[in-house]
Design a protein around this ligand. Structure first.
Ligand SMILES: [Zn+2]
Length: 625
């Protein structure tokens, strides 16, 4: 009996611990070992991939899928046809794939694939390799895949490819057969149409053999840097190997969900070792037009990382590489590919992806806004901080997120907005996807900052990172952190903001004398989306008072911690069903000079013209009382 009681207590505490500690969401696990032999004369390479795959799901898997991204760069591919049919195609893609010649195509040819030594049946379905397994992979067990393949690097159309506009020889992103993610929502074997990514966390051990004239940059840490002078010298061009036609670069990246690399014979390599031991690598072609940005970047990024570590979570890896390559700015774990002419804003944006794309790793196809939008929010904060530190031109702003609000309101009025919940590949036009993911995702955080109050929100963003890093959070996981940190119910906010395009518009209907001592304020909700309001009342003597008007469905109110200096009062709830709300100010009408909804201008209110009431100068003062 006693024994059982102890066991029960033990189980109880074990259970309780899992409830209060980190959320338990199983993750698949990968360990890649790849040997790549480049033939730069043909832009082709031979690859051997050994992949240890651990199935931590509760399901037996009888099939697996791999991405074969390079196959998108052939006429008639999903990416090609999609681009030809979009009303506003990306100019980098447009009809360029349809015009490729066979020696400019990208392709992967799989010559063999085995699981635990037994051959697998497989079928290449353009950018997805469908694999039937000789035997199911049991829950909580690992198997070893062995694949041999040959690939051709396409002429650069989008992100990866050879001979970028800037003259970078190889931008090697989405370049190897990569197993698709299987999670609690099943397989995510999306054909590649130039949009978003999602991957399994694990370790990459990659050996790239290439003509010795090339200098490489990559995700991960170079294992044989000592041989070739790559690494920790304060500054300078990496020393190329002395002998042989080819050299093998050996990289390792641990606990990442992708691996990218670039190669060019003319890279300049600048190294910055930060105080905390993190090493930055900058690899770029030293050109007059772009030199200024690349030379200023190390000091700026050093400060930026300090700020991001403190405000958005700690970067855990020992290396980060800024690699000239690609066609704009594109994030990869421990590295980014940047066009030579990329501005510092792009450097910052791509670096912050290390947090939202790299470490939180939400399924970007389903929730692109949780990556791009959150990254944009943090970028605005970092840029403002660098302005304050005089490391970036321009005056710092009191709120660097207001422009995002304006863009969003304008775009909504254009009639092209689509709900954030649409799969990234399936928006009907490029602008609906990009404004949604980048701008509305940004504004979503800005709205939460307004609802929760900045001090509470700031802390919640750190908690979100610490709770969900390496776990692929979804919108609900995010909102739950916001709820727990603020003590407010926020499901309604997620429902309206993510699943609909409904808009917010509140107005002041009337401000009038209620009686000899009091003033009556009537507000109206004109938009379909409900929101809590901050109402700032300015009195004749110049004093201000902030009234917070919570929604009944929040089951609580914002703490007044962000309103230092002004008196803060919480009014009774506004029931969301009610189009108007009335409250009484304990002050004579003659002493009220201004009433304003959201003086901070954070609320995404589509019509601000009706947000403020002020006494007209010629308004006759009521002298009776
Ligand atoms: Zn981005």
């Amino acid at each position: 009996m006693q024994h059982k009681a102890i066991l029960f207590l033990f189980l109880f505490f074990a259970f309780k611990t899992t409830l209060t500690a980190q959320p338990d969401r199983w993750q698949q696990r990968v360990e890649y070992r790849m040997d790549i032999d480049m033939d730069v004369s043909k832009h082709q390479f031979k690859g051997k991939q050994q992949l240890k795959y651990t199935n931590n799901s509760p399901d037996e898997l009888d099939r697996v899928f791999f991405h074969l991204y390079f196959n998108a760069f052939q006429p008639g591919s999903n990416m090609d046809v999609r681009s030809l049919n979009l009303p506003d195609p990306d100019p980098r893609v447009k009809d360029r794939i349809s015009k490729l010649k066979p020696d400019e195509y990208g392709w992967h040819k799989i010559s063999s694939l085995k699981m635990d030594g037994k051959p697998c049946k497989f079928e290449v379905n353009e950018t997805i390799l469908e694999v039937e397994l000789p035997k199911g992979i049991q829950p909580n067990s690992s198997v070893e895949f062995e694949m041999e393949f040959t690939s051709q690097v396409p002429v650069q159309i989008r992100r990866s490819g050879r001979n970028s506009k800037d003259g970078i020889d190889y931008s090697m992103a989405q370049w190897y057969p990569k197993i698709c993610e299987y999670d609690y929502q099943g397989w995510h074997a999306n054909p590649y149409v130039a949009r978003e990514f999602y991957g399994v966390w694990g370790d990459f051990d990659v050996k790239i053999t290439i003509d010795r004239k090339y200098i490489l940059g990559a995700s991960g840490i170079l294992q044989n840097g000592g041989n070739i002078g790559y690494g920790y010298e304060p500054e300078g061009t990496a020393v190329r190997p002395e002998k042989g036609d080819k050299f093998t670069w050996h990289w390792r990246a641990e606990n990442v969900h992708d691996f990218a690399w670039t190669a060019d014979p003319d890279y300049k390599h600048v190294v910055l070792r930060r105080k905390d031991g993190l090493v930055f690598h900058f690899l770029y072609q030293d050109k007059v037009e772009t030199r200024k940005t690349w030379e200023a970047a190390p000091a700026q990024m050093d400060k930026a990382f300090d700020f991001i570590n403190k405000n958005f979570g700690q970067y855990p890896y020992k290396s980060y590489a800024f690699l000239e390559g690609g066609d704009g700015g594109m994030e990869y774990p421990m590295a980014t590919l940047l066009a030579g002419k990329a501005g510092i804003g792009t450097f910052i944006h791509e670096a912050i992806h290390a947090w939202y794309y790299g470490l939180l790793g939400s399924n970007e196809s389903l929730y692109g806004w949780m990556d791009e939008g959150f990254t944009e929010y943090a970028t605005a904060e970092v840029e403002n901080y660098l302005k304050k530190e005089r490391l970036l031109g321009g005056e710092p702003e009191s709120n660097s997120h207001l422009e995002a609000n304006e863009t969003m309101i304008r775009f909504n009025k254009s009639g092209r907005e689509e709900a954030l919940s649409i799969h990234a590949d399936h928006f009907t036009n490029n602008s609906a996807y990009s404004v949604g993911a980048y701008v509305k995702g940004h504004v979503l955080l800005h709205q939460l900052q307004y609802i929760m109050g900045k001090p509470v929100f700031d802390k919640a963003m750190l908690t979100y990172f610490d709770t969900w890093k390496f776990k692929h959070p979804n919108p609900n996981d995010f909102i739950r952190v916001m709820e727990k940190e603020s003590g407010l119910e926020l499901d309604w906010f997620k429902e309206y903001f993510v699943y609909t395009t409904r808009t917010i518009d509140y107005g002041i209907k009337t401000v009038e004398k209620a009686n000899r001592k009091e003033t009556r304020v009537v507000l109206e909700r004109k938009g379909l989306m409900p929101m809590p309001l901050d109402i700032t009342v300015t009195y004749k003597d110049g004093k201000k008072q902030v009234f917070n008007l919570p929604l009944d469905i929040m089951r609580g109110a914002k703490k007044g911690t962000e309103f230092t200096g002004d008196k803060y009062t919480v009014l009774p709830d506004w029931r969301w069903t009610h189009p108007t709300y009335e409250f009484t100010l304990d002050e004579k009408y003659r002493n009220i000079s201004r009433v304003e909804i959201d003086a901070s201008q954070r609320l995404l209110d589509t019509d601000r013209a009706n947000n403020a009431w002020g006494k007209k100068l010629d308004e006759k003062e009521d002298e009776e009382d």
